[in-house]
Design a protein around this ligand. Structure first.
Ligand SMILES: NC(=O)c1ccc[n+]([C@@H]2O[C@H](COP(=O)([O-])OP(=O)(O)OC[C@H]3O[C@@H](n4cnc5c(N)ncnc54)[C@H](O)[C@@H]3O)[C@@H](O)[C@H]2O)c1
Length: 413
């Protein structure tokens, strides 16, 4: 607890905020769960730069140095006594931590459920016990998108996608956690007062030093595993730059205060850059900077979906021996091949959210400049993987008509 107290005393004086619409000075004691991860860390640093004192609570240490006003405390959000200690004296919790969003993590059901559902429950309980009046929850567009097209959807008209029909544990658990957070809005705090909660639903996040999507996509492209494209070229999705993500979170926390009439209390908001694009077009700078040609072979989405199903099963069978990451999961195939775009009018109107313009190519440049060069062993592995995937695709093509999963997928479109 000393570390927390020390960090709180180190509250810096007000410096100018570079985040549009956010106050230039924030006197807040904030806890950021998942603060060791990309977005949580950036959020914590931005809060500190505006004068807040910040505790990053995460099982993992941030990859980057913590500036003045920020302290990292190793905390598992499934450990209630640890959370209680970290939350003591805080004014606002940004609950950013999650598990299982992409790649092989998506298949680790038990970890996903304990972190995303149980962890969220404990965080909410800690807010009530430690009299923390504000909680901003980072959710995901996946709570409403489950593989059926959504064009310019808004918060009021889109229902939750039925939980039992979501194909991945991450989306299912984010949906359950989001609903728990909203249900907790208005709960009594133990020392008097009320807990105000709100939810932000970002799409895919990008930015310099992003660790989750960009390095993985680059690897896949370099291994020529993305030599094919799938899905209709008119399919669109949104993205959000990490600085816009940060801006929205700071504004949401402000909008849970009496000064802002608690306007965000019990509300959900879609947030993104205010643009939509086709994934394969959007990735053009990455293909170019890696010196790889853009995919020109178009293969049926149902074939890719079948491969993803096969790879998920293979992963489950082999997991006791080796954790073989699937190239794509079913959820990722849906994300790429089905339009899902959202309106951000509500965030603009109620939070004052004003997304700044960013170029994905800048994040790619940053990645290319800072990454280590691939070794000969990695190049050899790339060739092996390319052959393996080619084999699976040929095998599945020959079985195409016999796979019931394809009939299922075809039936949805
Ligand atoms: N990255 C995206 O494209 C994207 C898209 C939509 C929504 N989101 C949401 O945004 C949030 C942040 O995403 P990110 O890209 O920074 O992810 P990230 O993986 O970089 O960060 C998540 C952090 O949570 C931490 N964590 C996991 N289990 C924990 C536990 N038991 N206790 C404490 N900490 C734990 C991890 O160590 C990690 O540092 C997440 O809630 C995610 O669901 C992300």
């Amino acid at each position: 607890m000393n570390a927390v107290a020390t960090s709180y005393r180190r509250t810096s004086d007000g410096r100018q905020s570079k985040y549009a619409g956010t106050p230039s000075k924030i006197s807040m004691r904030a806890v950021v769960t998942g603060g060791g991860g990309y977005c949580g860390y950036k959020l914590g640093c931005a809060l500190a730069s505006t004068g807040a004192s910040v505790v990053l609570c995460d099982i993992n240490k941030p990859l980057w140095a913590t500036p003045n006003g920020v302290v990292w405390i190793q905390t598992d959000i499934r450990d209630y006594s640890a959370i209680l200690a970290v939350c003591e004296g805080a004014d606002c919790v940004f609950h950013v931590a999650s598990y299982g969003m992409s790649g092989t993590e998506q298949l680790h059901k038990k970890e996903i459920e304990t972190v995303n559902i149980n962890g969220t429950r404990l965080i909410l309980n800690a807010c009530k016990q430690q009299n923390i009046p504000r909680l901003v929850y980072t959710s995901s567009v996946n709570v409403v998108f489950g593989g059926l097209p959504i064009e310019d959807g808004d918060e009021e008209s889109l229902p939750y996608f039925p939980i039992d029909k979501l194909v991945d544990h991450y989306s299912r658990t984010k949906s359950i956690a989001e609903q728990m957070v909203l249900a907790a809005n208005g709960s009594a705090l133990e020392g008097g007062g009320i807990l105000h909660t709100c939810v932000l639903r970002p799409p895919g996040i990008y930015g310099p030093e992003e660790q989750r999507h960009l390095p993985r996509l680059a690897k896949i492209i370099e291994r020529r595993l993305l030599s094919f494209k799938f899905g209709d070229p008119s399919v669109k999705m949104n993205w959000i730059h990490v600085e816009n993500f940060v801006q929205a979170h700071i504004l949401a926390a402000e909008a849970l205060t009496p000064e802002k009439n608690y306007i965000a209390s019990g509300q959900v908001y879609f947030i993104h850059d205010g643009e939509k694009s086709n994934l394969f077009e959007w990735l053009t700078p990455l293909f170019e900077r890696l010196g790889c040609s853009k995919p020109w072979i178009r293969i049926p989405t149902c074939l890719v979906y079948a491969s993803a199903t096969f790879m998920e099963h293979l992963h489950a069978i082999l997991r006791p021996v080796v954790d073989l990451p699937p190239l794509l999961t079913r959820n990722e195939v849906q994300n790429i091949s089905v339009t899902h775009t959202f309106r951000i009018d509500k965030a603009r109107a109620q939070l004052g959210y004003r997304p700044q313009k960013f170029d994905f190519a800048d994040s790619v440049d940053h990645y290319i400049e800072s990454r280590p060069q691939p070794s000969n062993y990695q190049l050899f592995l790339n060739i092996l993987l390319t052959l393996f995937v080619a084999f699976i695709l040929v095998f599945l093509s020959s079985k195409l008509d016999n796979l019931s999963v394809l009939h299922y997928f075809k039936g949805r479109h």
